[in-house]
Design a protein around this ligand. Structure first.
Ligand SMILES: [Mg+2]
Length: 126
């Protein structure tokens, strides 16, 4: 997949995130990190906001499932996930990490839970 001739890869996406830091907050690592945390939290609320709008404005119902969103709503929902991803990648950059490292950590956790039969339940350390 390409966007404007640029291959869609994690490295190209990461580079774009870094090139598009705005203002001067990124000159202070602490302020930039907190800015990204706050923006990530805000963006995380916009996805469910659009699900609520789908119920209210589009006639979508839970029983229809996520494949029944209108094409316009689906595009908005994916856009909001992209906004979250933007800040996830920014946070990972500030923490000297990558999506691959996070996926590896999470895969280990989930495979361990599967092995122990604890996929259901609660608590981080099950
Ligand atoms: Mg957004």
């Amino acid at each position: 997949m390409f966007v404007r001739g640029v291959p869609v890869t994690f490295e190209n996406y990461r580079a774009l995130v870094m090139e598009n830091r705005v203002g001067d907050l990124h000159n202070d690592p602490g302020d930039w990190f907190i800015h990204c945390v706050l923006k990530y939290a805000g963006e995380a609320g916009e996805f469910p906001e659009h699900v609520g709008k789908a119920q209210r404005d589009d006639g979508w119902r839970v029983r229809y499932g996520p494949k029944a969103f209108t094409p316009e709503r689906r595009e908005k929902l994916l856009s909001e996930i992209g906004d979250e991803l933007w800040y996830v990648v920014a946070l990972l950059e500030e923490m000297d990490s990558t999506l691959e490292e996070v996926m590896a950590i999470n895969m280990e956790k989930m495979l361990g839970r599967r092995d122990r039969g604890t996929l259901n339940g609660s608590g981080d350390d099950r």
